[in-house]
Write a protein that binds this ligand. Structure first.
Ligand code: SF4
Ligand code: SF4
Length: 94
């Protein structure tokens, strides 16, 4: 994974156009079909090289909705985010 959208997502759409690599899909295209938006982890670069912090989480109005998840080895990721935050699924914006 990378960052992850959790089930408190209200499908407002504020995040999707903020993603520089088009890693986010809406609820219609969510493979889990759970009514939430979804981050394709194999595309997410955690905004490394694009923004100071994940733009999706900065744009999201739902507190704690977007969380850290495990890294995808082939993808850029934020070295300053430790395994503790990733395994605990800590909110990106606290
Ligand atoms: S962290 Fe950045 S690259 Fe990853 S889904 Fe969010 S906006 Fe896209
Ligand atoms: S901005 Fe937050 S609440 Fe809105 S669709 Fe994206 S993840 Fe869901």
């Amino acid at each position: 994974m990378s960052v992850k959208i959790t089930d408190i997502c209200i499908a407002c759409g504020a995040c999707i156009d903020e993603c520089p690599v088009e890693a986010i899909v809406d609820d219609d295209d969510n493979p889990n079909d759970d009514g939430c938006y979804f981050v394709h982890s194999e595309k997410c670069v955690e905004c490394v090289g694009h923004n100071d912090e994940p733009a999706c989480a900065s744009a999201c109005p739902t507190e704690g909705c977007i969380v850290w998840d495990g890294i995808v080895a082939s993808q850029p990721h934020r070295d300053d985010i430790g395994d503790d935050k990733r395994s605990a699924h800590s909110p990106v914006v606290e």
